[in-house]
Design a protein. Structure first.
Length: 107
């Protein structure tokens, strides 16, 4: 399994003292990114390598899950719309020069 050797190859553990551990010169937190790169070909954090897959270009299926015994979605939409109409306009604040909150008009 080539992915296993890629991940296991980084498991040279060293310690800087009690409660600390490194994988060679890398931290334990990097092991997840190394495993993700070895298994899937991309990472979520850090610098991508030239041969990494562009994770943003991968299309995923989405699913909408709802309670089959729950209220009708159209009825829920009406209730939410009425609730939004009954709300007052949003209050927006900015930080003043003296760190006080200043209310702004509108968004």
């Amino acid at each position: 399994m080539p992915w296993a050797s890629a991940v296991v190859g980084r498991l040279r553990v060293a310690s800087d003292g009690p409660g600390t551990a490194r994988l060679g010169s890398r931290a334990w937190s990097d092991l997840g990114e190394d495993a993700l790169r070895a298994l899937c070909g991309f990472i979520q954090e850090g610098r991508p390598q030239p041969d990494d897959v562009d994770a943003e270009a991968i299309a995923l299926y989405g699913f909408h899950v709802r309670d089959p015994h729950g209220p009708d979605p159209a009825e829920q939409e009406v209730v939410l719309r009425r609730a939004a109409e009954a709300m007052p306009p949003p209050r927006v604040y900015t930080l003043g020069p003296d760190s006080s909150s200043i209310e702004r008009d509108g968004l």
